[in-house]
Design a protein around this ligand. Structure first.
Ligand SMILES: Nc1ncnc2c1ncn2[C@@H]1O[C@H](COP(=O)(O)OP(=O)(O)O)[C@@H](O)[C@H]1O
Ligand SMILES: [Mg+2]
Length: 233
């Protein structure tokens, strides 16, 4: 579904992503794990059109590298950004409206209802400001907002960041059920243990380079991964 080949991201003289290649097959959950500064966000931003990369990004047969962000959203890719970035002064429903910027007005009510069915907590509070939500609820809202464009590929940048383990488990359960409904997922995480349990396939990113890749379950048992990312000695 998504084939990234020889992707490079530069910020001036900083070479953040150094020629990585990976793919995301339709219907799967693929994770990109790595520590702070590894180049995870830069990779997702490049795919989303938020930074201009070098290399090729082929989505459903079309090269989308360097296309404008709204065209990439329209083609079926949606990003849940790092730190959630909900609009705290807008209501929950207004936040959803922003995610549905490319939808027809006549489709919106049906989409809101779909989101409220997936996330009942958002329905109860639809007319409240997003800033009144807890961190976990804001993460749910950020996911719902991304789903408003009905993406076939949902990308998430560290959705577990700053959330209590119980809430992380809830968020990851939602990702699992979305995937069962047919949404392909590219998940970027520092929380390697959770990500590897959820994903089908995984890549390890270090200093802008992919150093390891395998079935996620196999990486959970990989000695190097256990030492570096799962905090084992
Ligand atoms: N806007 C930017 N300007 C300059 N350097 C940046 C910018 N964004 C990220 N970087 C650098 O690029 C590298 C990769 O960052 P990032 O993709 O955010 O990593 P990660 O998401 O894995 O923590 C880091 O060295 C970071 O300092
Ligand atoms: Mg990041």
């Amino acid at each position: 579904m998504l084939k990234v080949k020889d992707l490079n991201v530069y910020y001036g003289v900083i070479h953040a992503v150094k020629g990585i290649s990976f793919h995301v097959p339709e219907g799967k959950i693929v994770t990109l794990i790595g520590s702070n500064g590894a180049g995870k966000s830069s990779t997702l931003k490049a795919i989303s059109g938020l930074v201009k990369p070098k290399g090729s990004i082929v989505f459903l047969g079309n090269d989308i590298a360097r296309k404008p962000a709204h065209r990439i959203t329209n083609s079926g890719i949606s990003l849940v950004p790092e730190g959630r970035r909900v609009f705290v002064n807008l209501t929950i429903q207004e936040n959803l409206r922003m995610g549905g910027f490319n939808r027809k007005v006549s489709e919106l009510n049906e989409l809101y209802e779909q989101m409220y069915k997936l996330f009942p907590i958002l329905k109860e509070r639809a007319s409240q400001k997003a800033g009144t939500l807890s961190g976990g609820e804001q993460q749910m809202l950020a996911i719902a907002r991304a789903l408003m464009s009905e993406p076939s590929l949902l990308m998430l940048d560290e959705p577990s960041l700053g959330l209590a383990p119980k809430i992380v488990a809830e968020v990851f359960d939602i990702l699992k059920s979305l995937n069962k409904k047919g949404v392909t997922i590219l998940l970027v995480e520092q929380n390697a243990a959770q990500a590897l349990k959820l994903a089908d396939y995984a890549y390890v990113l270090e200093n802008g380079v992919i150093t390891l890749e395998d079935e996620a379950k196999a990486l959970l048992n990989n000695e190097q991964v256990r030492k570096t990312y799962l905090g084992e000695s």
